[in-house]
Design a binder for this molecule. Sequence first.
Ligand code: ZN
Length: 202
Amino acid sequence: MDVEAIYKNADAILTGHFLLSSGAHSGYYLQSAKALEDPKTAEKLATMLAEQIRAADIEARVVCAPALGGILAGYELARALGVRSIFTERVEGKMTLRRGFGVKQGEKVIVCEDVITTGGSALECAKTAEALGGEIVAFAALANRGFCRRVGGAIGGEVCKLPRNKPFFALTDFDFPVYPPDQCPLCAKYGKPVKPGSRPSA
Ligand code: ZN
């Protein structure tokens, strides 16, 4: 299945001038929520991701996702793997497990995002689960923005925040150009970048 085509057909690839969560600017933004709007598509994508994880003999008891972006992807991945789904959320800036969610001592955890950019939120989510005694066995995302190197992938490197000793699974790389804010050619053209997540829908 062509993941890029699925994103395109779902209008999940936005073009313009965007502020990424990493602080970098880009002319493209992946709005995974649009790709996941159809639950059947979400199920297909998560099933493919689960197949990769199973093929690598990775087993877990729970999928943990950082809210808000990771929740749908994490839930569908948990369904495909037949395990629990939980999510962390920020309370006064700090990633926390709430709502009665827990991780048991020694429990194997996969951290799942919709899109991994540099992996900052995924790493915070992992640390939250680890602090409760969980063992992180893998990171997973539907799409990789190209900063981290996924299993079987050819790109990614220095700026990736995910630990190098854990496998990172993703369905595809979206290698869009990104710019540090002080070197962004789009700023001169468009002015201030927008944060797509907080943008009101048209
Ligand atoms: Zn810019």
